[in-house]
Design a protein around this ligand. Structure first.
Ligand code: PMT
Length: 404
């Protein structure tokens, strides 16, 4: 079973992507984008327009991609002297970032007078376009017409974003940041195995207040849960993430609800649960809470202090026991005897799937080593970054999920 997972090293591994860079100040972000796409495993081939080369040199892209940079329809060295045809072979997608107003107009009209336009016109692969321009150029009816035409032609438009622009104005038109563009490309290539499904999740620790400044909590960065939320969203699910206090931004396309304490987390989960197909409990919920929370800061007296605790409700057990329970996935972090404790938890809560991890690996770091337990047995995954582990967990659950 482990062999199923070997060889997966990045979401874009094995993908050949042509990155078109047209003329705009945002061309400088295309350098970071080249690196980020490469980091995700993509083989990036940059096509630079003449205007784009005024902002960033071909040498920069050559160094960052490790591939020759294409700049002209009349490039020597291409087989048969037809660079846009040679370059287009085997390409999985073309991403134009930044796409200037002028370049979008060329695309919308099917022009092919430069290498990047010709490549786009001669393509037999998806085309993704990230507009970047001044807000007035973006708002202009001509641009809006052109963007609508591209949408009708099946081109995927990513962005633009809102904010401060190079010209000093503020508004809609700036290119999305390289991380957001990468995320969009990853989402584009992720099979939509959870399309039409609603996933409710918990992640992070809970914080059980003793007084306004003190509390009982568990160690959890939220990284594992947030990575799973992102992977579910990329797979096409509607994702509601009920999160304890963590220092992470909400993943793209995920509705996050903050819930500090276990009681609050339970209430929020039950409120959003109707219609859920899947419930994934990644949170490290505190097992106990103080009977009372002091309304003021407790003063230090030097004497021993007694704190009376009561057990918190078990959110996962409660959800899994409902007659209309969604497909429930539990987590277990153990310091030893993972197989025994994890399987016991899975059986006690009657879960179709549970993910076990050893405390040494799972807590707060960037990597994790997990074992998936289900009715067919144990399925160990190799140690990997949490984003990759998350993807494999989501693929596993998608396979087990009853058809809708
Ligand atoms: O956030 P990171 O730093 O990335 O770390 C991730 C993690 C180690 C916290 C995560 O991978 C993990 O293992 N979470 C579960 C921790 C645990 O051992 O929980 P538990 O044994 O207390 O609970 C078992 C299951 O019941 C879990 O799915 C838990 O979310 C759920 N539970 C537990 C208690 C409770 N009151 N309500 C619950 O829903």
């Amino acid at each position: 079973m482990m062999g199923d997972y070997i060889g997966v090293i990045g979401d874009l591994h094995g993908r050949k992507i042509a990155l078109g860079v047209s003329g705009g100040v945002a061309a400088y972000k295309a350098a970071a984008l080249t690196r980020e796409l490469g980091r995700m495993g993509a083989d990036v081939h940059v096509v630079l327009t003449e205007a784009g080369s005024r902002f960033v040199s071909a040498l920069t892209f050559h160094a960052l991609s490790g591939n020759r940079v294409w700049t002209s329809l009349w490039d020597g060295g291409a087989e048969n002297g037809i660079p846009h045809v040679v370059l287009g072979r085997g390409i999985d997608a073309i991403l134009v970032a930044p796409a200037s107003a002028d370049f979008i107009a060329r695309l919308a009209n099917g022009l092919a007078g430069d290498l990047l336009s010709a490549l786009c016109l001669a393509r037999d692969c998806p085309l993704l376009v990230a507009p970047a321009m001044n807000r007035q150029m973006w708002e202009n009816p001509a641009t809006q017409r052109n963007v609508a035409t591209l949408g009708n032609d099946g081109v995927v438009i990513i962005g633009p974003g809102e904010g401060e622009q190079a010209c000093g104005e503020t508004g809609l038109g700036r290119m999305l940041e390289p991380e957001a563009l990468c995320e969009a490309v990853r989402a584009f290539f992720t099979p939509k195995r959870l399309a039409g499904r609603k996933v409710v999740m918990t992640a992070g620790p809970t914080f059980e207040a003793i007084d306004p400044v003190r509390g009982i909590t568990n160690a959890s960065s939220g990284k594992m849960g947030y990575a799973i939320a992102a992977a579910c969203a990329r797979s096409g699910a509607e994702v509601v993430l009920v999160s304890g206090p963590v220092a992470l931004p909400a993943p793209a396309g995920v509705w996050r609800i903050g819930a500090a304490s276990a009681l609050r987390m339970r209430d929020e989960v039950l409120a959003v649960l109707p219609g859920a197909d899947v419930f994934i409990a990644v949170a490290a919920v505190a097992d106990y809470r103080p009977v009372e929370t002091a309304g003021h800061k407790l003063k230090k007296s030097g004497a021993a202090m007694q704190l009376e605790l009561v057990p918190n409700p078990d959110i996962l057990a409660e959800v899994a026991a409902r007659p209309d329970a969604p497909f429930c996935v539990g987590f277990a972090a153990e310091s030893h005897d993972l197989d025994m404790y994890a399987e016991n938890k899975r059986r006690a809560k009657r879960l179709p799937m549970l993910v076990g991890n050893l405390l040494a690996d799972g807590l707060c770091g960037d990597d994790n080593t997990v074992v998936i337990y289900d009715d067919e047995g144990r399925h160990p995954l190799p140690r990997a970054p949490k984003a990759l582990v998350a993807r494999q967990i989501v693929e596993h659950l998608a396979r087990l999920l009853p058809t809708a």
